[in-house]
Design a protein around this ligand. Structure first.
Ligand SMILES: Cc1cc2nc3c(=O)[nH]c(=O)nc-3n(C[C@H](O)[C@H](O)[C@H](O)COP(=O)(O)O)c2cc1C
Length: 214
């Protein structure tokens, strides 16, 4: 390889994280960071890597978009994403309803990592989000057997063309999940690799806040 990856290095000069700026709940801080990433006009600031495990415990990650922040069954806030329930990730989550998501706002040297339990959103909640998608994206969701092997791209395009004039209806196998975190870590890059890490861990009815070594 032409690029010397070992010497590729960026110095992080950002202001640090002060525990005093973190409140008792992590999600308001997360929302501040997400807003800051949006205001900084970062590309897809709501993109997050969703990591799941297969039945043998083998992990895999892929990007999805966070499409909302809402309250889960235990009264705690979580992040929503939408997908095909029959996809690889859907099968993993049906088998083990736990996951992690990682936001990477590299232009501002920030990362947020969450891990927790997964809830399937109600049909009504999924309908509300599905209705907000552009019609052609709704058709796309209807015709794609996400994660299945395709013989050819033309198979997908033919299915799309056949459905294009239909009134879109949310398929039962397409909808939302909510990841309700019990651990959230905020990471800010600092000079000399002495980064700041602030971790919240949920403990029955409150959050424990720790600073971690970088
Ligand atoms: C920036 C970005 C955002 C994405 N958002 C979604 C999403 O919200 N939902 C989704 O199902 N796939 C999304 N994808 C595609 C997934 O990364 C993935 O290819 C797909 O969901 C199939 O994953 P699976 O086979 O592990 O289930 C996105 C990809 C990228 C690069």
């Amino acid at each position: 390889m032409e690029i010397d990856l070992a010497r590729m290095r960026k110095e992080y000069e950002d202001a640090g994280l002060d525990e005093a700026d973190f409140g008792p709940e992590p999600m308001p801080h997360f929302e501040q960071w997400l807003s800051a990433a949006h205001e900084a006009k970062l590309v897809e600031p709501n993109a997050m890597v969703l990591s799941t495990v297969d039945p043998d415990g083998a992990p895999t990650g892929r990007w999805v978009l966070c499409k909302g922040i809402s309250t889960g069954a235990n009264g705690q806030l979580g992040v929503e994403f939408y997908t095909n329930y029959n996809s690889q990730k859907g099968r993993h989550l049906a088998d083990r309803p736990v996951a992690s998501v990682t936001f990477g706002w590299l232009a501002v040297n920030r990362q947020v990592r969450m891990q927790g339990s997964i809830e399937v959103m109600t049909a009504e909640e999924s309908d509300i989000y599905f209705a907000k998608r552009p019609p052609l994206s709704q058709i796309g969701a209807m015709v794609s057997d996400q994660s299945e092997v395709l013989a050819d791209r033309s198979v997908l395009e033919a299915a799309f063309a056949a459905a294009e004039s239909e009134t879109p209806v949310r398929p039962d196998h397409w909808g939302g999940y909510r990841l309700v975190p019990n651990v959230i870590e905020f990471w800010q890059g600092r000079r000399s690799r002495l980064h700041d890490r602030i971790r919240y861990t949920h403990n029955t009815d409150n959050w424990i806040i720790d600073r971690l070594a970088p």
